[in-house]
Design a binder for this molecule. Structure first.
Ligand code: IFM
Length: 405
């Protein structure tokens, strides 16, 4: 016996990438940091990965091969694709904008449209021009003007060609890793800076929302928010109190602050965090990814249900796993979709699913070894190879439904 779960008509199906992780040959704050930290990161991993693993370098060379990559997405049945525009290419020096690079991204957008792929354009996926970092990046309130100016330029050029804009990717992950844990550039472990950065990103988002609407009132604007399913083990009171607090801070604070300034919620979902005996991360970890992250597809259902309060359309703008041998990906996608469907049938307005990622890519301070792609990259030859799970995903897309036995 098996059941068929149908997805809504016009559901968007696809995958996501970000500029720094796939394009190659960038020059931004991360490329500088990678040069300074590759040897240290290799040593920290006891030499398991050589220093080159931690240098983004030519990455997948997606910058030159985007057409080939979009051909693959089309072949795999996708009808949408999310990518980001690299600010450091557009404005390598303060106030000097490269028309050539703007035209490059216009070609990217048109290449997507020509293949029937609806573009989701992220304006900022964490990397910054080095001059912006030198003047204090998002730690300084006055600096948000620079980011707004860059966004304005892009939006003015592409209004009418893009419907879905994502202003900021996962603000809490960026602020947390860079300013709370201090493990990402600029490695400034400072609580006050952490709060300032988050506050300035909220302000930035609101600003850009208004700028985009000025150029295109029909544009659909959101952020991508990394929400976690915090589970209060056995519903015990102590665990529930902790859950309430952390839910408020991690999952809802940013969204509450921008709720009048968004047309959809972009959900990036990866984590379940069980709170037991007043302690976080008490997960069972029955199945884990190559990165040691628990594979718990039920969690997306709870996260989606909790977003119903905003009464806005939701696009799952990232969900995926590092799985070099492709042994869990098909199962994970199917189980996640089953849970997404459950949320939809309970009235949650989910309108699309974008797997992370289309291609294997550069996973920040972990480098190249984690393999998230539907398409495998041979980093020596840059050859692309479609993984078996990507074909299974295609079957789901074509049927706009999943069969579960
Ligand atoms: O690779 C990242 C991406 O840049 C942002 N969301 C999570 C992904 C996997 O860690």
């Amino acid at each position: 016996m098996y059941k068929i779960f149908k997805f809504p008509k016009d559901f968007l199906w696809g995958a996501a990438t970000s500029a720094h992780q796939v394009e190659g040959s960038n020059h931004n704050d991360w490329t500088e940091w990678e040069k300074e930290n590759a040897a240290r990161l290799s040593k920290k991993n006891e030499g398991k990965y050589p220093p080159e693993n931690f240098i983004s370098g030519r990455a997948c060379d997606h910058y030159s091969r985007y057409e080939e990559d979009f051909d693959l997405a089309k072949k795999l049945g996708h009808n949408t694709h999310r990518f980001s525009i690299e600010w450091s290419r557009i404005e390598p020096e303060e106030g000097k904008f490269s028309e050539l690079e703007i035209e490059h991204y216009r070609s990217v957008i048109r290449a997507l449209r020509a293949r029937g792929l609806e573009p989701f354009v992220t304006l900022w996926h964490w990397t910054m021009p080095t001059w912006f970092v030198e003047i204090g990046a998002f730690e300084k309130r006055a600096n948000i003007e620079y980011f707004a100016r860059f966004c304005q330029r892009i939006v003015k050029k592409f209004s009418g060609e893009v419907t879905f804009w994502i202003t900021i990717n996962e603000p809490e992950i960026y602020a947390g890793n860079s300013y709370l844990k201090g493990v990402w550039p600029p490695q400034n472990k400072n609580f006050i800076s952490y709060i300032k950065v988050l506050t300035n990103l909220i302000k930035s988002h609101k600003n850009i929302y208004e700028i985009i609407k000025k150029y295109d009132s029909k544009a659909q604007i959101g952020i991508t928010k990394n929400n976690i399913y915090f589970e209060a083990y056995q519903n015990k009171i102590g665990n529930r109190i902790l859950k309430k607090f952390i839910d408020w801070w991690w999952n809802f604070y940013f969204l509450n602050r921008i709720k009048k300034y968004q047309d959809f919620i972009g959900l990036n979902h990866y984590f379940h965090n069980r709170i037991k005996n007043f302690k976080f991360n008490q997960n069972e970890n029955k199945k884990i990814s190559d990165m040691g992250w628990e594979l718990y597809p039920e969690s997306i259902y709870y996260v989606l249900r909790s977003l119903k309060r905003y009464n806005q359309p939701i696009y799952i703008t990232e969900n995926g796993l590092a799985d070099a041998e492709d042994k869990n990906r098909e199962w994970f996608i199917k189980e996640s979709l089953k849970n997404i469907h459950k949320a939809i049938s309970e009235g949650v307005d989910v309108r699309g699913y974008l797997y992370w990622s289309l291609l294997d890519n550069f996973e920040w301070d972990k480098g190249f070894w984690p393999r998230f792609g539907l398409v495998e990259i041979n980093y020596r030859t840059l050859e692309r190879r479609i993984r078996p799970s990507a074909w299974e995903y295609k079957k789901i897309i074509e049927a706009n439904s999943i069969e579960i036995s």
